[in-house]
Design a protein around this ligand. Structure first.
Ligand code: FES
Length: 290
């Protein structure tokens, strides 16, 4: 991530502008939360990252007020806090949308359609990278690899996975987010707003229904290499399970998730990626592996 000179102003020795104060009730609530966070660490300054998530959960981005608060709690200078807050892209420095829609445009996702999805969403939403729709719902970003390459192209919404996307499914996803309709990630916990996500990242319990037993673990496609490394029979082409369609049926030798419903997304793309294209198979077929 690059930072502007104005963002780095404090650490460059420029005069520090006074940060507006939190209202008393907000500060008291944040202080109680901060004490809980700081108590987890033997050295209080180790709590800076979760504290930045905490203040981000309050206003949706890390403000000067939030950084001043972190500095006060931890006995740091605002320059030290600013240096950290401006280094990590997970901390926003300006007001943004309820849903951060990140399109992976790293190599594998890019060639599998990520670049096309990103360009289509820019046109569809009328915003560029890091910009937010007029209704304040969606902030579009292109993001780096999220270690979900086996489900490329991947779209992340507030860091929840939407696997195997297409231009069509991604447009429907953002339309539903803006329309207030429920969307379900492909795996992991249910979707929540960016502020709610920030509070969870601060380390507070995720109390959403279904979040506790949600599995964000490896799916069938992720385990193929492990099976091969173990010398097991080469699996048949693994196809992401979807909505009871024809590809949901187990294939000989394939690795099967015992709970395939955990890998369904309300915005899974139709089977028009290489996984379903006989001319461009995503992996060895059963016949090839035998
Ligand atoms: S390249 Fe997109 S998740 Fe790895």
């Amino acid at each position: 991530m690059t930072t502007s000179s104005s963002e780095r102003g404090v650490s460059l020795g420029m005069p520090e502008l006074p940060a507006p104060a939190y209202p008393d009730d907000v500060r008291a609530r944040l202080e109680a939360d901060a004490r809980e966070i700081v108590a987890r660490y033997p050295d209080s300054r180790s709590a800076l990252l979760p504290l930045l998530h905490l203040v981000q959960s309050e206003e949706g981005h890390v403000t000067r007020t939030g950084m001043r608060f972190c500095a006060d709690v931890l006995g740091l200078t605002t320059a030290e806090v600013t240096a950290v807050a401006t280094f990590y892209t997970m901390y926003r420095r300006r007001p943004s949308g309820d849903y951060q829609v990140g399109v992976c445009t790293n190599t594998l996702c890019a060639v599998m359609g990520g670049d096309a999805i990103y360009e289509a969403l820019q046109d569809h939403l009328g915003v560029g990278n890091g910009e937010t729709t007029d209704d304040g719902k969606v902030t579009l970003e292109h993001i780096e690899c999220n270690a979900a390459c086996d489900y490329a192209p991947v779209v992340m919404v507030n860091w929840e996975f939407f696997d195997n996307q297409t231009v069509q499914s991604a447009k429907r996803l953002v339309d539903d987010l803006r329309g207030g309709r429920t969307v379900s990630p492909t795996r992991g916990a249910p979707l929540c707003t960016f502020k709610e996500t920030a509070r969870i990242l601060a380390g507070f319990p995720d109390e959403r229904e279904g979040a506790v037993d949600a599995s964000g673990g490896a799916g069938p496609a992720s385990l193929v290499g492990l099976r091969l490394a173990k010398g097991e029979t080469a699996p048949a082409r693994v196809v992401h399970p979807r909505d009871g369609g024809p590809h949901d049926a187990p294939q000989d030798g394939a690795v099967h998730d015992p709970s395939p419903t955990r890998h369904l997304s309300s915005h899974d793309a139709p089977q028009d990626t290489s996984a379903s294209d006989p001319a461009h198979p995503a992996g060895p077929t059963a016949e090839e592996g035998e």
